[in-house]
Design a protein around this ligand. Structure first.
Ligand SMILES: [Zn+2]
Ligand SMILES: [Zn+2]
Length: 262
């Protein structure tokens, strides 16, 4: 499994078995074509499928060119408009690819029809894999462009319940700025401090901080920790009058703070 860098901070995730490959959210085609190799060259990969999580241009911009160059089938969210023809996918659908079975999980919030793809087949590092687009980031979550805080919290709760060793393949390298915010929310979280130092070293070496794991995100990501005392307290300090007694009020207050955090 390889994160192909695209644009300033996108990753196009590629999974392959040495012969065939799938990619997730190709915002541009060239990094994928380069990774596949020339189709007549020995060792080149055949693109079997393109998985799309949501309709934003930095996730679908390369779809048409890749389909044309490779004949790959395209799968995407049933409730969003993406380049056609695409096979519509919705919650609970099962997608057999590369001898694995991917399950579709509806995760509205960043966009109204955002979906994620999950396999428990453990094809990489003996762990399940989650492709979560712009819903869950390491140390953060996507902006609420089309959904409500309640929807996003529900979506994140579903992802948080996946097995702890699940490799979390996010579509952006936002980790360092997310962790700076996470530390403002929870200055006393020792694991967060340690993880931030680790990620700073990785980025200084030009390496990705991803994939993360669900267990790690549960320990350090404020948006998966809206029921922990420190995060509730931070939300109350921001917004004493708001309904931060409810989980969703805590989530909304923290998400709002992140929008303006410098
Ligand atoms: Zn997006
Ligand atoms: Zn994006």
């Amino acid at each position: 499994m390889i994160p192909l860098p695209a644009f300033a901070d996108n990753y196009i995730w590629m999974l392959h078995d040495g012969h065939q490959a799938i990619v997730v959210d190709p915002g541009e085609a060239q990094p994928v074509l380069d990774a596949l190799g020339p189709s007549d060259a020995p060792g080149s990969l055949q693109l079997l499928a393109i998985l799309v999580t949501h309709h934003h241009a930095d996730h679908v911009g390369g779809v048409d060119a890749l389909r044309k160059a490779t004949g790959a089938r395209v799968f995407g969210p049933a409730r969003e408009t993406i380049p056609q023809p695409a096979i519509p996918m919705a919650d609970g659908d099962m997608l057999p690819l590369l001898g694995l079975r991917f399950e579709v999980i509806d995760v509205p919030g960043h966009t109204a029809g955002h979906i994620a793809y999950y396999t428990d087949a453990e094809p990489f590092e003996n762990a399940p894999i989650l492709f979560c687009g712009d819903t869950l980031f390491s140390g953060g979550c996507g902006r609420l462009f089309e959904g409500s805080p309640a929807q996003m919290l529900h979506s994140l709760d579903r992802l948080s319940q996946l097995p702890g060793n699940t490799r979390v393949c996010c579509a952006h390298e936002y980790t360092l700025s997310n962790l700076r915010f996470a530390q403002a929310v929870e200055p006393g979280n020792a694991q967060l401090i340690h993880y931030r130092m680790h990620c700073e070293t990785l980025r200084a070496q030009g390496r990705p901080t991803l994939p993360s794991t669900i267990a790690l995100e549960r320990a350090i990501n404020p948006f998966l920790r809206t029921r922990t005392a420190a995060v509730v307290q931070a939300a109350r300090a921001l917004d004493a009058n708001h309904a931060t007694d409810a989980d969703v009020g805590v989530f909304a207050a923290i998400r709002q703070w992140k929008n303006t955090f410098q």
